[in-house]
Design a protein around this ligand. Sequence first.
Ligand SMILES: CC(C)(COP(=O)(O)OP(=O)(O)OC[C@H]1O[C@@H](n2cnc3c(N)ncnc32)[C@H](O)[C@@H]1OP(=O)(O)O)[C@@H](O)C(=O)NCCC(=O)NCCS
Length: 290
Amino acid sequence: MTIPMTSPEGSTAVSSSADVHATAVIGRGTVVSDHVAIGPNVRIGANCIIDGSEAYPTVINTGCVLDDIVKIQPGVSLGAGSSVGPFSVLGHPSKVVTAGADGSLENERVQRFIIDEPVTKIGAKAVIRSHAVIYTNVVIGEAFSTGHFIMVREHTRIGDRCVFGSHASVDGYSSIGDRTHVGQYAQLSQSATIGRGVFIGGQTVFSDNLKAIWDVDQDLFGATLEDYVRIGLNCTVMPKVVLERGAFVGAGSIVTRNVPEGGLAYGSPAKVSRRQTMKEIQEYIDSVEG
Ligand SMILES: CC(C)(COP(=O)(O)OP(=O)(O)OC[C@H]1O[C@@H](n2cnc3c(N)ncnc32)[C@H](O)[C@@H]1OP(=O)(O)O)[C@@H](O)C(=O)NCCC(=O)NCCS
């Protein structure tokens, strides 16, 4: 990733055909291209690059605050009242653009995740802290809240009110439901299907390729976590695993088999020890939905 730096003394360069609201404030050294719309009361720091294209204009909506050294690529739409920390990139080009090809794109197992347009839609009131990289072909709902250094790869949908802890990442071709929490340093693989109100503990990692063989028949078997699943800290979730609604995996587990609805499993390999009570599950659901 290269972040072009302009001199702190450099003057702001706003294209005459950019649509910048009179109340917007743009910092020194920031460059705003054609096909960019910047709404009322937006504040953009120093040395940012805000890029749009005719096919994929960029829209920074009312009241957004972008810190210094933020790069916005064409096709980004940032919802009203959002903030973006320094050294962040929104709308990073997808692999098919940067590498010229993407083997995953043709795979039948990920067709349901594909977002056709190379755009990055982020809902209102996002709080995106420094060093975030969010790719194109990504749709994120309202009130997305992140720590520092998060990454969201292409062809990912994230629902409303989701949280990514610092260094959390999703490797693309995945979907994440509303109100889901991805803990610090957690890594979601490609082709992961994550439901609503899921908790993924910090340091937990997912695999979608059992034998690390780069063959289309071996790849893209991401796990499925149904609604209100909880996974403790520092777990490994193996390919194809299905954790049914309300399942709970204890900290430090290696999940190699499915866990039934409401089951509690832990260990290596994780074994179901018991079924949670309705009260235990409901208490968690209430805390997520409250
Ligand atoms: C699994 C868990 C939910 C406890 O479930 P539980 O049914 O109440 O289990 P108990 O605490 O009664 O423990 C039962 C047995 O399992 C063991 N055990 C509990 N959690 C375990 C785990 N994660 N891995 C291995 N063994 C575990 C206990 O030591 C105990 O063993 P013993 O019978 O030999 O003494 C809890 O220990 C856990 O791992 N929670 C996740 C914590 C976490 O990661 N939180 C993230 C938020 S920051």
